[in-house]
Each structure stands twice: as C-alpha cells, then as structure tokens.
Design a protein around this ligand. Structure first.
Ligand SMILES: *Cc1c(COP(=O)(O)O)cnc(C)c1O
Length: 403
C-alpha cells in the first residue's frame, strides 16, 4: 500500500481517477489506547463498524483483545486475522449452525440473546455446554442517540425476569447487555440504561457477573459535537458501582464507531458542477451510505495546492451511479469556486463508511493509501479540531502534518 504524507499531497501529486480511501492507522491506534487506558472495564471492538483486517491488526497491536462479532463470517474473519483474539457473538438472533461452528471450531464462549427461543437454540447448538457466558440483551431507549437501535433487539420489561432467571440456570457466567443507539450524544443515555438494568436485576433476584454497556460512544461530525468521552466513562463507572451485582462483576463495552471513525476518509473528484450540486465519483452505494440515507453530515475539504480565497457556500452531492437516490443533501460547506476536476476530502468515514460499499453500477473501484496527517476531526487529543463550519482550515492541517 502506498504511503503519503497527507491527503493534499496525494491528491495534488497523483490526481487519482478513482476515489481513494485514505487510512490513518495512527488515529485508530490512538482511539484504542484511549479506551484501553481510560474505560473503567474491558473494551471490545464491534467489528461491523469496519471489518478491515488492517484495522483489526492495528487495534490488536494497540491493546484490544476482545471482538464483538455478529455473523459467522465475522467470526471466521477475526479468528483468521487475529488467532489470539477472544470473540463474543453478540447478535441476539443467530443461525443454529453459526453458533455451533463458533463454539466448536472457533472457541467462542460468549453469546447474547433476547428470548427463551434463542436460549434453547444456543443450548442445542453447543450440546448443553456448561462453560457459556450468556448476555441477556435488555431493551433500552435510543432517545439520546442519533441512530436508534431500540426496536429490533432487546427483551422488554415484561419478559426480562423470566429470561434472566432461565439464562442464570444455563450459564456459567451471566451477563446483561444493551445498546443505547449509535452516536449517543449524552452520557445520560448510559445512566438511563443502567437504571433499567438495575431494576431488571432487582426484579429477577439473580447474580449478574458481567454488565456490558454496548456501543454508542460518539465520534465528532459537523453539527454533532459530543461531550468528552471521559464524561461517558465517569457516568458509566458511577452507575456500575451502584448496581446490585457481585463484587467481582466485570464491566464491558463494545464501541464500534468511536474506535474507527477517525481511521479513514475519502478523496473524491468533482466530475461536474451544476449550480450548488456537485457530481462526485463516490456516493450512496460507495462509502457515503449514511450521508445519503440518514442525512449524516461529514466534514469536507477542498484539496487545492493554493487555497481558494472564495467565500464558503453550501453544496449537495450526487454520487456516480445513475440512480436519483444516489444523492447526499449535506449541506457540505466548500469554497464557492469549487469546480470540475477539483479533489475533495470527505472525513470521518472509518465507521460505517467503507464497510457499506457495494459494486452497484460498476462503481466499486477504489484505491487505498496510508496517510500520516491528522484526521479532519478528533475526540482524542483533548479538544475537538472541527471548527464551527465544516471546512477544516488547510493551513492548520498542514502545519500539524509537518510537525
Ligand atoms: C453495532 C453494534 C455495536 C457498535 O455500535 P457503535 O454505535 O458503532 O459503537 C456494539 N454492539 C452491538 C451489539 C452492535 O450491534
């Protein structure tokens, strides 16, 4: 893989015809070390956010030893890439064959569930194993998060007691888990979920050995600037300490987005300008699914040797396919003189970006390069780099890259 100093250097020297995924191993490593050092429990990485083997190795080298996997393909991928990793199968609805292969072939012992039916399935598939860690997924609110995960999974208040009781009988180690929704904008989301957990434990009168607070830890995007991650960790720690659980109980988390959002960005080329609409060479079927389908805004930056002096203006993007849905409303703020042939960097695409790429309409060709400059925004240097507008000042980025 080619290595370059910066996004700007790459765009101006190579003038790539295809989109280029830029990866920043140093940014993922910094995020992983932050969680390993500061989260008051065990951090496992939720692989679905970005299953790149290169990223998995970076996280492993930075101290992440546990991986939250949700499909047999993810189990195989992580087992093959990181033979020493501990895998936790945290999808509450699994194929029986997947459970069997995970348990017998890959040594998986941790499984999540949210129904009695899934409990029976896990027991059948593992031939009534006695060394299971079973994590009961509790339904909690997604109200304080940008992306809801409240409807599909999680046992409701009416059935929690019975399920916790049954899982306690079957498990060697009993856990409770939840997911507050992705990009939780307030630590209060975890405090509220932990209160649900407290009520469930009191009602079921079971001994709980693991409390897994799931994912949802935020990254930073235009218009979404969350409090410092330390606030989240403090809130979770305080709530954990007050739960009626065994003295030796463990606290786990499953961040996806927060560990990999800064890991990659994308260089695209403007193929046409029509008013304030830019036709670029990646889109909804590439790395910009969230920008198209849930209106997520990402930071953008014009990559020109000589900075534009023009005022900023709000643009929207069309992707390369022939589909009207391939549209990203933004607004993306760029200098008003942006034109055909210009290169743009779209930042913060490491989570749920490249992972969503398809080959629709023949636009799957993408190059990958390593860069050593800073990501367009970060939560890990004690301050948010993102300025009020979503245009990152290039001179600032360059100065930092040269140090
Ligand atoms: C998606 C998912 C995660 C990761 O969520 P983020 O919001 O990316 O942190 C963690 N756990 C489970 C069970 C998930 O489905």
């Amino acid at each position: 893989m080619h290595k370059h100093h910066s996004a700007l250097g790459l765009a101006t020297t190579l003038r790539p015809v295809q989109p280029v995924t830029l990866i920043r191993p140093h940014a993922a490593s910094r995020a992983a070390r932050f969680f390993v050092e500061k989260f008051p429990g065990l951090t496992m990485y939720a692989v679905k956010a970005n299953p790149s083997p290169d990223l998995l190795r970076v996280l492993w080298d930075s101290g992440i030893t546990h991986y939250d996997v949700a499909s047999i393909a993810e189990v195989r991928l992580v087992a093959r890439t990181l033979p020493g990793a501990k895998l936790c199968f945290m999808h509450p609805v699994k194929a029986e064959e997947a459970i069997e292969e995970a348990y017998f072939k890959h040594g998986v012992r941790v499984f999540s569930l949210d129904s009695l039916e899934e409990l029976s399935k896990i027991l059948r598939a593992t031939r009534y194993a006695t060394d299971l860690t079973l994590c009961v997924r509790i339904r909690v609110s997604s109200d304080l998060s940008k992306l809801s995960l409240a409807s599909k999974f999680g046992v409701g208040p009416g059935e929690t007691k019975q399920l916790l009781f049954a899982a306690r009988q079957a498990a060697d180690t009993l856990g409770v888990c939840f997911h507050v929704g992705s990009q939780a904008m307030s630590p209060e989301a975890y405090a509220q979920a932990m209160e649900r957990v407290r009520i469930a434990i009191v009602e079921a009168k079971v001994t709980v050995d693991v409390v897994d607070v799931g994912g949802g830890f935020p990254s930073v995007y235009p218009g979404m600037e969350p409090p410092a991650l330390e606030r989240y960790f403090e809130t979770i720690h305080r709530a954990f300490e007050s739960l009626p659980i065994s003295y030796s109980a463990e606290l786990w988390a499953e961040p996806g987005r927060a560990l990999c959002a800064e890991y990659s960005s994308l260089i695209v080329r403007v193929e046409r300008r029509r008013g304030t609409e830019l036709y670029i060479n990646d889109g909804a079927y590439g790395a910009l699914f969230d920008a198209a389908h849930i209106g997520w805004r990402f930071p953008v930056n014009l990559l020109r040797e000589k900075d534009s002096q023009a005022e900023t203006e709000a643009f929207s993007f069309y992707g390369p396919t022939c589909d009207d849905l391939d549209h990203m409303a933004g607004p993306f703020l760029l200098p008003a003189d942006v034109r055909e042939g210009d290169y743009l960097e779209i930042g913060m695409l490491g989570a749920y970006g490249s992972a969503m790429r398809t080959a629709f309409n023949g636009f799957d060709a993408v190059e990958t390069a390593i860069v050593t400059d800073d990501p367009m925004a970060t939560l890990y240097d004690g301050m948010v780099v993102l300025p009020a507008s979503n245009v990152v000042r290039l001179d600032e980025v360059r100065r930092r890259a040269m140090r």
